[in-house]
Write a protein that binds this ligand. Structure first.
Ligand SMILES: Cc1cc2nc3c(=O)[nH]c(=O)nc-3n(C[C@H](O)[C@H](O)[C@H](O)COP(=O)(O)O)c2cc1C
Length: 168
């Protein structure tokens, strides 16, 4: 069996989530099992301009930077696909409740297929929650969702929402 373990605490020493995940691993790991270990405190892949542009560039035209990035990305995907069990340890980090006062936030959210505020949309509620948590009570969403279904309509809707915005 292959076990994939991801730790993400910013603390290497004294981390409860790391210690508990290790206990869990020791409990389920059998002799002969392989453990693939990733520490997000050491390495983290973001969707960046490099990723985005790289996805649209033919492999033969990719720069060394693109190639290196995709090599790591492919390796991570392969490791995940080959795993039978995945352990993720993740502390909740928000803190600083009520830090920001008297502000209004606009969220401009776009999507390919996911409908905004549907049960698959975790982003919008999370962003609203976190902004509220920091003390920003007025949060307005402008959305161009489900662009893959009808791009023109999504953009028209979003532009109409922008047109109707009032900053007061
Ligand atoms: C920067 C920071 C922010 C945190 N924010 C929250 C929070 O908003 N809500 C919460 O319940 N716990 C919060 N905690 C507590 C952590 O979730 C808890 O201490 C966790 O065990 C930390 O992970 P670790 O022990 O693996 O390092 C925060 C801890 C840190 C260090």
């Amino acid at each position: 069996m292959k076990i994939y373990q991801i730790d993400s605490s910013a603390r290497k020493k004294g981390s409860t989530s790391r210690a508990l995940a290790k206990k869990l691993l020791d409990k389920i790991k059998k002799p002969g099992d392989e453990v693939i270990y990733r520490d997000l405190d050491d390495e983290m892949l973001f969707v960046s301009g490099l990723t985005e542009s790289g996805m649209n560039i033919d492999e033969k035209d990719q720069t060394e930077e693109h190639k290196k990035m995709f090599e790591l990305s492919d390796k991570l995907v392969k490791e995940l696909k080959e795993s039978d069990v995945i352990i993720i340890s993740a502390p909740i980090y928000n803190r600083r409740e009520g830090l920001l006062k008297n502000k209004k936030a606009f969220l401009v959210i776009t999507s390919g297929g996911t409908k905004l505020n549907s049960s698959e949309d975790f982003l919008t509620p999370w962003l609203k929650f976190i902004l509220n948590f920091f003390g920003i009570e007025k949060v307005e969403v402008i959305s161009a969702d489900q662009m893959a279904l009808d791009y023109e309509k999504s953009i028209r809707d979003a532009e109409a929402q922008i047109e109707n915005i009032s900053i007061d």
